[in-house]
Design a protein around this ligand. Sequence first.
Ligand SMILES: [Mn+2]
Length: 341
Amino acid sequence: MNFNSTPIDWHQVHNVLDAAQRIMLTTHENPDGDGLGSEVALFHHLREIGKDARIINYSSLPDEYSFLGGDDIFETFNKNKQLDWLKKVDLVIIFDVGDFNRVRNIKDVIEQYKLKTMNLDHHPHPEDHPFTHNVVNIDAAATGCMVFDYLQIARSEPLTKAICDGIYTAVMTDTGCFRYSNTDSKSHTIAMECLDKGVNTHEIYQLVYENSSKARVSLLGNILTTLNYELEGQLAWFIITQDMMHQASASSSDVDGFSDFVRTIKGVEVALMIYEQSYESCRINFRSKGKFRVSDIAKALGGGGHAFAAGSVIEGSLADLKEKVVKLTKQMIMKQAGAQE
Ligand SMILES: [Mn+2]
């Protein structure tokens, strides 16, 4: 079934969920507030109506999201431990994934046991997607907004606070606390509903954003002193090497949000991060203020994403990739600037 059009027929989606008893929920590696919040919101709903639901993610839960649940709710993928349960799953719901490969080796289990999948996402997916059911709304500010929509038709009971904590976290993080261009009246309506259900929005904000490790701040300091500007300051780019990570004792989740910060600089239209996540691969991250479509650049580098927030993971060493990525980014920005004139 393909729901890759708006408006989504949530009743049809409901029929698929209703028919499944054992349901696995998952999201992309290095999960963010949208993936985790969406998962936990639907998890509480499914458990409440008696489904055998479990959240199993490739990555462990980042500390700042531990308020959403403990080990009993967020499990880290461990094939040997979970296989007996996994191979008899009726439906795997994949949240916010962007690219199926971002569930890493969970994909192998899905393929090996021919598990049915439902992609629930606000990232664009190609027509020839690999999912059994593709539920995509690229106009949704967050995947959490889609979960909210679904629960409107699926529940006879009002939303619980636990569900709303998840949905609010999803919407808050993906809209940059209701500041990014994807923020719409819908995201505020959802926030209003969450407030009415007792969500402590101030506390969630502090837990997610005012909880930086010293390692993260030290790494950010290092990056800010090594920023590079191109195209008369419209492009700001920076690298994060493994050495810099070790020096700061930082972990990969510490780099999240750095490109958002660099984009705040006056005159910067595009922020580009090149992060040496291992000696064999780099994570590329783009943030745009809105003048340039960075999804096109990410796509040219084998990735994808939203128009103004996109990225890619590229095989190769930082030394090999750095110049190529910067050059291509400059070229594509100049091309877009030329077309705008
Ligand atoms: Mn998202």
